[in-house]
Design a protein around this ligand. Structure first.
Ligand code: PLP
Length: 407
């Protein structure tokens, strides 16, 4: 089925991307989501709100981020030219701040002085704590107690920024338990509190809203690529955890049917081992966190354990818009395993002097796979979603026979 891309205006009014998305939450949350939907629609249509976001993205985040021609890497591979959209150069070092700035400004507009978030690896918690400090808001971040232990540095960062990190001791003491706690807080304090979700998942309008706030990335590429290369790229690649950096760079390219869109999931130890986080490549549709999408689940619909060397991709679901882009074949999804991502990480460090996030290294790895069989005139655009400073310990402790590089 070829999508009618000229008419692409999803989601529909009830938050559906084809059979995906929607609002699968308890009745107590329905009213809050409806209010959010109405307020967001008003804000989006208000030129003052749009201008405020643009100002913040320019002066606080440092946008627009450049596009960089990875010339040495491309020459070594001997095929297509690889370009990197440098989201790693944003304030806080990744794309996540594009979204937290937008949601915090919406919270302020709605008169909410308190923001909450849940976080797994801590990256979204830090991005939320950052904007809460910037706009003088109270900030509470829920985090599984197991994650608090594993991600001590990000907990310290959030504390420095004035946020309160609440360890969650229930269940597996990880992300999904933190999420339940954040939902509970929101239901209880909905008058004063705005819930900042960190990726294009959750109930409507979150997948749409987070996509919109990140779509500045693709919008910039649409004007930057012709300035640099005289045309749009042949392929746009991005890693997919929940899918926000990928939706951010894909969205404005959806109507450009000549441009292939490729999402790169975490293949972990390899799809065949079952130790991965590739929901679209190896999962099946179901309902999680308020929406219908592809999930990694067993035959009884129980969510399976996931694995990836990069904490930011280690999520058993994916945003519902990606589920639709997969089924409609407008985008393709592939998996890159831990070893391939680590090899790409080292290769980019050494050829270009850029230390990428392990998440982003998955997208770089797939571009490296594609480039040699393409011509020198072909252009690959990779969303370099973040920088790798946070990953030093992980990279150092992984012995990596595939590259032979020192650890
Ligand atoms: C969190 C994170 C991701 C994964 O989240 P998406 O919503 O899939 O973008 C990817 N890259 C970096 C650098 C991250 O911090």
């Amino acid at each position: 089925m070829q999508m009618q891309v000229e008419k692409y205006d999803l989601p529909d009014a009830r938050g559906h991307f084809g059979p995906y998305g929607g609002v699968f939450v308890a009745e107590t949350l329905q009213a809050a989501l409806l209010q959010l939907n109405i307020e967001y629609a008003k804000a989006k249509a208000d030129p003052a709100f749009v201008a405020e976001i643009q100002y913040e993205l320019k002066h606080y985040v440092g946008r627009p981020s450049p596009i960089y021609h990875a010339k040495r890497l491309s020459e070594e591979l001997g095929g297509a030219q690889i370009f990197l959209k440098r989201e790693d150069l944003n304030h806080t070092g990744a794309h996540k701040v594009n979204n937290t700035v937008g949601q915090a400004l919406l919270a302020r507009r709605m008169g909410k002085r308190r923001v909450i978030a849940e976080t797994g690896a801590g990256q979204h918690g830090v991005a939320t704590a950052t904007v809460a400090a910037r706009y003088g808001m109270e900030c509470v971040v829920y985090m599984g107690s197991e994650d608090v232990r594993r991600q001590a540095q990000n907990v310290y960062r959030m504390n420095l920024l004035g946020a309160k990190v609440v360890p969650v001791d229930s269940g597996s003491k990880t992300l999904k338990d933190a999420l339940n706690e954040a939902m509970r807080d929101w239901v209880t304090n909905v008058e004063s509190t705005f819930y900042i979700i960190g990726t294009v998942a959750g109930p409507h309008p979150y997948p749409m809203m987070v996509r919109d706030f990140n779509s500045v990335v693709g919008k910039e590429c649409l004007t930057q690529m012709p300035e640099i290369t005289g045309r749009q790229p042949d392929v746009v690649l991005a890693c997919v955890g929940g899918g926000s950096n990928a939706m951010g760079i894909f969205y404005d390219y959806i109507p450009q049917t000549g441009v292939r869109l490729i999402g790169v999931e975490a293949g972990g130890d390899g799809i065949a081992t079952g130790r991965h986080a590739a929901s679209l490549t190896a999962g099946s549709p179901g309902i999680l966190h308020g929406n219908r999408t592809y999930l990694i689940q067993d035959a009884n619909g129980q969510i399976s354990d996931t694995h990836s060397v990069s904490a930011g991709l280690d999520y058993p679901g994916v945003g519902p818009e990606h589920a639709w882009l997969k089924d409609s074949k407008r985008a393709e999804y592939v998996a890159i395993n831990d070893d391939e991502a680590l090899a790409a990480f080292h290769r980019l460090c050494r050829t270009e002097g850029i230390i990428p996030a392990l998440e982003s290294s998955h997208a770089v790895a797939h571009a490296m796979k594609m480039a040699p069989s393409m011509t020198k005139e072909n252009v690959l655009l990779v969303n370099l979603s973040g920088r790798g400073d946070k990953d030093m310990a992980t990279v150092a402790e992984r012995s990596h026979a595939a590259t032979g590089y020192p650890q």
